[in-house]
Design a protein around this ligand. Structure first.
Ligand code: NAP
Length: 296
């Protein structure tokens, strides 16, 4: 039986419509959520991410403060900008687009962002709060995965989840969220990586597989059980002479094979990707709501 496809674009559109209503209500109270985006240099991929974020803000009525800095910007100037944004009441969220050029100290910059405006959820204070189960900004990609699962009716409580990948932006945070004693968690989680001895022995047990390895065909049909739910986070370019650009995007999962055994599966593109920016907007709106409450 072929799987039902989880339509990330639709889930993201539904969430954005809900957020748009929230922004409209905040505006009635005189509050306009504001997101500052900082881009250093001219990397084309980063530029297009930043443009997409700005467009998404516009669509929802969120104020977008665009800060594009030259490639040779000094650490001092970047830190001064972060400080200015930390103290700007119009700004509820600060996003510094990574990676930064090599001469800049990324961790010093991320540490300088006010944790109350850290809508990317990368500040160690927010990471620590997430781990101990306190209220925190949750990192966007894993948070988006949880919403995709919940809105697709997937039961997380008691589910056997296998996460493939242990990066700080996907693998570790999603594993952490899923083991929390709350309605986004209560799952039993195994985290696999390149030192895992027999990946298939783990994935075959899984009710839910979250693949975030950054390598095509990491999960194939022979590695999964019938009825598994598959979230494919990977975005990989593979050569394809039939495409104008000479490549196409694929995930980490052999989609065609695995969809014949899975109950639910995300496509690439159109699965996890659209959720990431949506969760950034979600965190920005939440930050504006918190800032408004703290004033009353
Ligand atoms: P990353 O930092 O490169 O981490 C990859 C992880 O996968 C590492 O922990 C690595 O293990 C593990 N791994 C690699 N090959 C493996 C294999 N054959 N078997 C088991 N584990 C393996 O990547 P990332 O930043 O987490 O991103 C993962 C993928 O998701 C990438 O394709 C990225 O483009 C995509 N992504 C998509 C979005 C989105 O919004 N759609 C957002 C973020 C990332 P070791 O630790 O042992 O090296």
């Amino acid at each position: 039986m072929a799987a039902t496809i989880i339509d990330g674009k639709q889930v993201a559109a539904d969430m954005r419509a809900e957020l748009k209503d929230k922004v409209a209500k905040l505006k009635e109270e005189g509050i306009v959520p504001g997101l500052a985006v900082v881009l250093v240099g001219d990397d084309p991929a980063s530029r297009s991410y930043v443009t997409a974020k700005e467009r998404a803000c516009e669509e929802l009525g969120i104020f977008s403060d665009d800060n594009r800095l030259a490639e040779d910007t000094s650490q001092e100037d970047l830190m001064a900008l972060v400080d200015k944004l930390n103290n700007d009441a119009k700004i509820n969220g600060i996003l510094v687009q990574l990676p930064l050029p090599k001469h800049l100290n990324e961790s010093e910059v991320l540490l300088a962002i006010d944790p109350n405006k850290d809508v990317d959820g990368f500040h160690p204070i927010n990471v620590g709060k997430m781990v101990v189960g306190e209220d925190a900004f949750l990192p966007c990609t894993p948070h988006g995965i949880i919403h995709l699962l919940k809105r697709s009716g997937v039961e997380l409580s008691g589910a056997e989840v296998v996460v493939v990948g242990r990066s700080n932006i996907v693998g570790k945070p999603i594993a952490n969220m899923l083991i929390q004693k709350n309605d986004m968690g209560n799952a039993t989680v195994t985290v696999c990586h390149t030192r895992t001895k027999d990946l298939a022995s783990h994935t075959k047990r899984a009710d839910i597989i979250i693949a975030a390895a950054g390598r095509p065909n990491t999960v194939t049909a022979d590695m999964v059980k019938d009825g598994v739910v598959v979230i494919d986070v990977g975005v990989n370019r593979v050569e394809d002479a039939t495409k104008k650009k000479g490549y196409r995007l694929v995930g980490d999962v052999d989609f065609e094979g695995v969809k014949e055994k899975a109950s639910l599966i995300t496509p690439v593109p159109g699965g996890v990707g659209p959720m990431t920016i949506t969760m950034l907007l979600y965190n920005t709106v939440e930050s504006a709501e918190k800032a408004a409450k703290s004033k009353t």
